[in-house]
Ligand binder design. Structure first.
Ligand code: PLP
Length: 369
């Protein structure tokens, strides 16, 4: 197996076998061959999302699925639970469609507090509540099951979940937890090329969408669903990505969802041990640390952007900090096909880079050079 040196928190490393199938000769998307492929994807995607709900395939990045969910399912008012850049993005999308977009916001690095959600739901009625399960910008995983239960108990709002950087890397029980929409891209813990997003749709959500008057065209989940029920996609899909999905879903399911979630937890623990032993601090609060992405602050005297650049020169790719956190944090994506031995290689390179950066004379101390 290839040693992974690519640790972006998305897109993530894509295995050779999945890359190979991208160059197959093309087929038509309404051909019997494609219909067979589509059908076989559907059943396996339901296993990954843990649901019997329809799992729709959209050609477009995950942001398309986020926009489609609010446009298709929110007639008037939506509550966004925010704790970082991607959860805020969802609110901006809603605002851009002139929807009433309230929010429960916690500071970056914190997880969403269920008690605040309860209070917000008691104050007003909402068509839907949105949650980003795993905030990739801060390395925070939110208590999805608990918030899902609470939304059900306190309201009849639909519950829409962005599982972009958690699906196939952390437990997501779409049906058992009553999640109306779970959306994700392929380019994170599924370890596939970008360009396709997935979106499950509960029966309840599909019925609710019928009452929303302007759902657009490319964003209309009911149009996708209608085509899905007849065995295909709304428009010409990114067919090569679907071959890669076909190839790699078998790998994912062969490993098993429980084992996959466990492996990601172990990668988080390993990262935490490395961080503690080497003076790195987590930017995400204890108890909310993501199994797929760690957002870290480097030790005293090391600039995060310098560290990211130094690692790149050594052939190791990690993510820089996001937005306001860019100067002070960096992110390790330990998702998809990353194994413990891959992380060991990265940690060795980080130790080396830190030693170089702390021993090199800086320009500040040599102003005349
Ligand atoms: N949501 C989360 C949690 C993400 O991490 C990302 C991208 O990193 C997105 C949404 C947006 O995904 P895309 O760039 O595929 O539209």
């Amino acid at each position: 197996m290839e040693q992974i040196r690519f640790f972006l928190p998305g897109p993530s490393y894509v295995p050779e076998e999945a890359r190979q199938v991208l160059t197959r000769p093309q087929v038509g998307h309404r051909s019997p061959e494609f219909k067979r492929l589509y059908k076989s994807l559907t059943g396996r995607l339901q296993q990954v999302l843990r649901t019997r709900d329809d799992v729709l395939i959209l050609t477009g990045s995950s942001t398309l699925a986020m926009e489609s969910a609010v446009v298709s399912l929110v007639g008037l008012r939506v509550l966004h639970l925010t704790c970082g850049a991607f959860s805020e993005r969802w609110r901006v999308i809603s605002q851009s469609h002139a929807l009433e977009a309230d929010r429960v916001a916690v500071p970056w690095g914190q997880g969403v507090d269920p008690e605040l959600v309860r209070q917000a739901l008691r104050r007003r009625a909402y068509d839907a509540v949105t949650l980003v399960h795993n905030e990739t910008s801060t390395g925070v995983i939110n208590p999805l099951e608990e918030i899902a239960r609470l939304v059900r108990e306190e309201s009849d709002a639909l519950f829409l979940v962005d599982a972009v950087s958690s699906l196939a890397g952390a437990r997501v029980e779409t049906e058992a937890w009553g999640l109306d929409v779970v959306l994700a891209g392929l380019q994170k813990a599924l370890a596939l090329p970008p360009g396709i997003s997935l979106c499950s749709l509960s029966q309840r959500a599909a019925e609710r969408a019928e009452t929303v008057p302007r759902r657009g065209f490319y964003t209309d989940l009911l149009r996708y669903r209608k085509k899905h029920l007849s065995g295909g996609t709304l428009t010409t899909p990114a067919i090569p990505q679907l071959w890669a999905l076909d190839q790699h879903l078998d790998v994912v399911l062969e490993e098993g969802m429980e084992q996959r979630w466990q492996r990601h937890l172990e990668l988080q623990v390993k990262t935490a041990e490395f961080a503690a032993a080497n003076g790195f601090r987590f930017a995400s609060a204890e108890g909310f640390r993501s199994p797929t992405v760690s957002c870290l602050r480097p030790p005293e005297g090391v600039d995060a952007p310098d560290l990211v650049a130094r690692l790149a020169r050594k052939g190791f790719v990690v993510g820089s900090g996001y937005g306001d956190w860019k100067p002070t944090t960096f992110r390790i994506g330990h998702m998809g096909e990353v194994r413990s031995t891959d992380l060991e290689g990265l940690f060795g390179a980080i130790e080396e880079a830190v030693a170089e950066l702390t021993h090199e004379p800086s320009y500040a101390s040599h102003p005349h050079r």
